[in-house]
Ligand binder design. Structure first.
Ligand code: UDP
Ligand code: MG
Length: 318
């Protein structure tokens, strides 16, 4: 029998009871169309509180289905990492459970990897149909900002949906950092990547798991993980303040020597003190954020904890 390529599809799931049956049906259809490839569907239940896990178990009569279940919600980054760690295919894809990224793209992605010898085929989108006007605006601002302040290349509108060769997956797994930002990490490791533009769809069922607060936290973590620019800005502003202070001191000394000194200017002095201490506290805060990330890295806590996994999944953790 001919040895087929194997594609592992990693699906991070958090409260996706409504979307999963639709996704599974679609993946099954795609796999039938791609009968020249073996498949493994690796569902990672990220501490769901709904029926997600039992729905995944219902798929288990299909031997290609495997699952991991976390002891609590560790976040999408942890779910993707766990999926990559347990995937066994020579090719690995990550796909959201909500069908926003079209699974049938896998055919094209596989063909490109085979024919054009890329290490990765990744998708980006220019329109996020599912996002509100405000989220689209912030997403745009975000990519402009991170593109400017990070030395790692960032692709605007990048999705997590991508198909990677094993060597790229291994490079990603070698980055064991606790504060993870997959879009940054996958660009950091390099490799020959082809970017395809796709129209993302509306989420098939359920609601987005990212509130504005969660997105803000995620964005902050990405900045802290992939840029030291805030620290450089803090240092530069400190330098500018020192220069201004020096000039003002010279002016005051000259004025005093030439005109004598009636002591005045208390209100402006008070304003300056309040302003500069505000700036100092702000930048202490920034330093504190970097420090807290170092603290978390040093503690070396596990990125995820598994409570249950399918019998057909051998390997780490449990
Ligand atoms: N997800 C997860 N853990 C979380 C949040 C989300 O595994 O803490 C999964 C979710 O089930 C989905 C994917 O990550 O498969 C993307 O989430 P969502 O569609 O809510 O994000 P959005 O498309 O709004 O950015
Ligand atoms: Mg989504």
């Amino acid at each position: 029998m001919k040895n087929l390529d194997k594609i592992s599809i990693v699906i991070p799931c958090y409260n996706e009871e409504d979307a999963l049956p639709v996704l599974y049906k679609e993946l099954d259809k795609v796999s039938k169309d791609m009968n020249y490839v073996d498949f493994e569907f690796l569902f990672v239940n990220d501490g769901s509180t709904d029926k997600t896990l039992s729905i995944i178990k219902d798929f288990s009569s299909d031997k290609r289905v495997k699952f991991l279940s976390f002891s609590r919600n560790f976040g999408k980054e942890a779910a993707m990492y766990a999926g990559l760690e347990h995937a066994t295919g020579e090719l690995v894809a990550i796909i959201d459970a909500d069908m926003q990224d079209p699974p049938e793209m896998l055919k094209k992605m596989y063909q490109i990897i085979k024919d054009e010898d890329y290490d990765c085929v990744a998708l980006y989108t220019k329109n996020h149909k599912d996002y509100s006007l405000m989220r689209r605006f912030f997403t745009k601002c975000w990519y402009t900002l991170i593109g400017k302040i990070s030395s790692t290349k960032q692709v605007a509108g990048a999705r997590d949906f991508r198909l990677m060769k094993r060597k790229m997956v291994n490079a990603i797994l070698n980055m064991k950092e606790y504060n993870r930002y997959f879009k940054g990490i996958s660009n950091f490791v390099g490799f020959n990547t082809k970017w395809l533009n796709v129209e993302t769809d509306k989420r098939v069922k359920g609601k987005s798991k990212f509130s504005y607060f969660k997105l803000f936290k995620y964005a902050m973590e990405a900045i802290l993980a992939f840029s030291t620019t805030p620290l450089v800005i803090a240092a530069l502003i400190g330098l500018i303040f020192c220069l201004i202070a020096f000039i003002v001191i010279v002016i005051i000394i000259c004025k005093t020597l030439i005109y004598g000194d009636p002591v005045n200017g208390w209100p402006s002095l008070a304003c300056i003190i309040v302003f500069t201490s505000g700036v100092q506290l702000f930048f202490f805060g920034i330093m504190g954020m970097y420090l807290s990330k170092i603290y978390l890295e040093v503690k070396n806590r596990p990125i995820y904890i598994i409570t249950e996994k399918s019998d057909n999944l051998k390997g780490k953790n449990l």
